[in-house]
Design a protein around this ligand. Structure first.
Ligand SMILES: [Fe+2]
Ligand SMILES: [Fe+2]
Length: 370
């Protein structure tokens, strides 16, 4: 369906000199006629301003590293090269209401603590020695590890390697928070948090999957996961195991959600995250749904077709799927698996009853590419 002048129930008022004068008089009272914008503000189906976009890690990496010499981390607040959707420069979004960027920390560098209303997550792209202190808890994270910084938790980061930088991908819901005029930001009064003695304590307490603390560490009532770090060394074998037992999803291959171990729900109220494997030679079928997704290629290479455009990707690349865009993924290799990390706003879509999903039924489930 498209906008049409002859569909009953849709605005189809022509412009006359009388109406033009009337609109001007309304505007003089901070008012307007709904029928002049109704078709635009209530489209037949989602009309995202974001466009499918691919960011090459090979292209961006030298630019990210260049920032190490150009700005001090604490002067910049955070030393991050943000990825901006060509259609959403107005709100610094990578897609939809999601923000993302590549943060770099030099050897031995550390930053002071802050907190904000936006929820954050990290996916480590390269470098050993990254650490973050979230809510007083020190986490060490390595390549392909996933970690969360729930909203309004104090956090500070650093890199304790003495010879190599760390680059990790940040994902936040900043545009969502700002769309609701709910943004707050604070720097820590003492610059640094008091730290618990045990590193990775949430992982040690809550990281055993189906085995939960019993009779201790209970009473967790916060609306986010008590587990703050999800190591690759646990996530990747979980994918391999699932691939032995299931065919996975026709649209995503073998896909697992990083979840709150106490509820089985998303890691945070506004952001969800997945890890998915495309087996050697696998090409998924196309589907579309509300909600926006940002992918990071954790392993391997392949391509995705998004709204009819083909994007080839390889390790470290980032790409996005706007809401309601048809998308399908394919592994380029006949011998190796490809793994995609992704994060999304699905928890928002679901909690607000905005979720909708459909399969692409034509052409054996594959979009024509242009
Ligand atoms: Fe932050
Ligand atoms: Fe999807």
């Amino acid at each position: 369906m498209t906008y049409s002048d002859d569909v009953l129930g849709r605005a189809r008022v022509g412009e006359t000199p009388e109406l033009k004068a009337y609109y001007e008089r309304l505007a003089g009272h901070e008012a307007g006629a709904l029928w002049t914008v109704a078709n635009e503000i209530e489209p037949w189906y989602p009309q995202p301003k974001s466009v499918p976009t691919h960011w090459s890690y090979a292209d961006l990496r030298p630019l990210v590293l260049e920032s190490l010499d150009l700005v001090k981390a604490d002067d910049a607040g955070r030393r991050v090269v943000m990825l901006v959707n060509p259609g959403r420069k107005d709100i610094s979004a990578a897609v939809g209401m999601l923000y993302t960027g590549l943060q770099v920390m030099g050897p031995g560098e550390s930053m002071t603590a802050h907190r904000h209303q936006a929820a954050a997550l990290r996916f480590v792209v390269e470098g050993q020695g990254a650490w973050t202190v979230v809510d007083g808890q020190k986490l060490k994270v390595g390549p392909r590890d996933f970690a969360i910084t729930p909203n309004w938790t104090w956090h500070e980061h650093g890199n304790e390697s003495d010879d190599a930088p760390v680059i990790w991908q940040d994902g936040l819901d900043i545009p969502l928070v700002n769309a609701h005029d709910a943004g707050f930001y604070e720097v820590h009064p003492n610059h640094y948090q008091e730290r618990g003695q045990v590193v990775n304590s949430s992982l040690l307490t809550y990281g055993a999957g189906e085995l939960r603390p019993y009779g201790f560490a209970d009473g967790w009532t916060k609306p986010y996961s008590p587990l703050f770090a999800y190591p690759w060394e646990q996530a990747y074998p979980a994918l391999l195991n699932a691939a032995r037992a299931t065919d996975g999803s026709p649209y995503d291959g073998v896909i697992l959600e990083y979840s709150n171990p106490l509820t089985g729900g998303s890691v945070m109220p506004t952001l969800g995250a997945h890890l998915q494997m495309l087996r050697p030679g696998e090409a998924t079928q196309a589907h579309r749904h509300t909600g926006s997704v940002i992918y990071n290629v954790a392993k391997g290479s392949g391509h995705s077709v998004i709204a009819g455009r083909r994007f080839d990707w390889t390790e470290g690349d980032i790409f996005c799927v706007p809401s309601w865009a048809w998308h399908e993924h394919a592994n380029a290799s006949a011998g190796d698996d490809a793994v995609l990390f992704s994060f999304n706003d699905f928890p928002v879509m679901r909690s607000l009853a905005f979720w909708r999903e459909e399969a692409y039924l034509d052409n054996d489930g594959h979009q024509p590419t242009n």
